[in-house]
Write a protein that binds this ligand. Structure first.
Ligand SMILES: Cc1cc2nc3c(=O)[nH]c(=O)nc-3n(C[C@H](O)[C@H](O)[C@H](O)COP(=O)(O)O)c2cc1C
Length: 487
């Protein structure tokens, strides 16, 4: 289980009193004309300034179990300007591979940048410890340029001094299982895979590359300063040059996921109830990541609806911008709400109105292209994170581009649906090629996409049932031949 919840309520409108009458076509036209809030190129200029190439006011959200390189590339081919990986646990990143027994979030191999076509891309990290978050953010941005143990030394630098103040040299055992809860594993072949989707994904690095770049600098903190912060600073400055241009463009810190705590530690959205800890994480990550890489944060609108929690949200939100975060994406549900019931665009509007000078993205109940433009106009956000509304529906991005070009959005034809189903499968198979049974894995994994793609088909229920029963590539092809062929 990832960031999703099994008892999510079916698609429905957000709470947005007075928003029913908003004309999405007119809003899109106004944005495109350059009259809207001075967005001369159809987007708040601060967005492409922070992330070159992010040229429209919408993006594809992190979606655990879905938003892998294949889904992202399909979205981009339909006009999506920016994507976020699913949430990756800091310790998964630091451990460097698969087989992370209790990880309930994304696998590394699903989140390798899919080459030149998969840019710009944000890596989303989530965890419980500021140092681990900082070290894993740096590792992601550097694409594992240093040996794994160097990142772990950054994360656990506080272990490098014994009680007399002498430096203690790390051994791999120092970085063994934490609390007996996590299983440390070496980097499996799947985690090492390059994304064949476009042939450029390259994270983590090979052992050979690691040896070449090996350094012990982070095992010894300079005296007279905080070992944690100085090693983070050191690491950040060392990262100033030489990381892959096909790396992640942004680090997104997840303070939103409602999945329960690990042991008694907070993570994701649970940090919204502990603002001091949340702020510490934000600081540590911003400190570690090179200054030219923007950091952003994903939040829920509050932990719950109590005045105390609303105040905590504001504290974290303000602190993020004060320390230089480029933007926050705010999911307009509470953590307590998980995915049950409507999101509150009216409250999101209040959050934006409190500091209209800030770049804020909105999330929640974006089910159609019209919701994208309605949310922008109703809440005042600078852009929209498209989540469940783009699973099996990359056309939402094409439609948004059409509306920005002054055209009425059109639904996908059967031929277009078939084209995307074939392409998505091909990309997924390429990305999974180093799996032990790539066909089986891809067929099983693609079922959940097929089920959502079926919603566009005139015989959606029949096609949905066919996709549910798919067990291999031949059956997948048969469904396409029988239901997606010209009549
Ligand atoms: C299956 C699923 C997985 C998700 N995974 C993530 C994730 O990894 N990172 C994240 O920031 N949000 C995640 N979310 C939350 C979405 O990005 C989004 O904020 C939320 O679904 C609200 O938008 P919607 O109502 O338009 O779907 C996930 C949501 C779902 C349904």
């Amino acid at each position: 289980m990832g960031c999703e919840s099994n008892n999510a309520t079916p698609p429905g409108p957000a709470i947005a009193p007075g928003g029913e009458s908003l004309d999405s076509m007119r809003i899109a036209e106004e944005i495109a004309s350059g009259r809207y809030r001075g967005w001369s190129r159809g987007v708040d200029p601060r967005i492409p300034e922070a992330v070159p190439g992010f040229d429209a006011p919408f993006f594809q959200a992190g979606l655990a179990g879905y938003s892998d390189a294949a889904m992202r590339i399909i979205a981009r081919r339909h006009g999506c300007p920016y994507c976020v990986t699913e949430a990756l646990l800091d310790r998964t990143l630091l451990a460097g591979g698969r087989g992370f027994g209790k990880a309930d979030l994304g696998e590394l191999h699903d989140n390798v940048p899919g080459g030149a076509e998969d840019q710009p891309l944000a890596v989303q990290i989530m965890g419980s410890d500021p140092r681990e978050m900082a070290a894993s953010a740096l590792k992601a941005i550097e694409q594992g340029k240093r040996p794994d143990r160097a990142y772990r030394a950054i994360a656990y630098a506080h272990l490098t001094h014994d009680p007399s103040g002498a430096v203690v040299r790390h051994t791999p055992e120092d970085f063994g299982p934490a609390d007996g809860e996590y299983e440390e594993v070496s980097c499996g072949e799947e985690a090492m895979c390059e994304s064949e989707a476009t042939g450029h994904g390259r994270w983590p690095m090979s052992e050979e590359q690691r040896e070449v770049t090996e350094t012990r600098r982070h095992e010894v903190a300079p005296s007279g300063s905080s070992p944690v912060l100085s090693s983070l600073r050191d690491a950040a400055s060392a990262a100033g040059s030489g990381f892959s241009s096909l790396s992640f463009s942004t680090v997104d810190v997840n303070l939103a996921c409602p999945v329960k705590k690990i042991k008694s530690k907070a993570r994701g959205g649970h940090w919204l109830a502990e603002p001091a800890g949340a702020i510490e994480i934000l600081e540590a990550v911003r400190e570690a990541v090179p200054a030219r890489i923007p950091c952003t944060v994903k939040l829920r609108r509050s932990y719950d609806d109590s005045p105390e929690m609303v105040e905590s949200f504001q504290r974290i939100f303000d602190a993020a911008y004060d320390m230089g975060y480029a933007w926050a994406t705010v999911h307009a549900r509470t953590v307590e709400q998980k995915y049950v019931g409507p999101s509150r665009w009216d409250l999101l509007r209040e959050i934006v109105a409190r500091r209209p000078d800030r770049v804020v993205f909105g999330s929640g109940d974006i089910w159609s292209v019209h919701d994208v433009f309605r949310m922008i106009a109703y809440t005042g956000v600078a852009g929209v994170s498209v989540a469940r509304g783009c699973i099996g529906n990359p056309w939402i991005f094409r439609q948004a581009r059409m509306m920005l070009a002054g055209q009425r959005p059109t639904p996908p034809t059967i031929a277009e649906q078939r084209g995307v189903l074939e392409e998505h499968y091909r990309l997924a198979l390429a990305a999974n090629r180093r799996m032990r049974h790539p066909d089986d894995y891809t067929s099983r994994n693609m079922r959940k996409f097929g089920i959502r793609f079926a919603e566009h088909h005139p015989e959606s229920e029949r096609v949905r049932l066919r996709f549910i029963a798919v067990k291999g590539i031949e059956e997948w092809q048969r469904v396409l031949d029988e239901h997606y062929s010209p009549r």
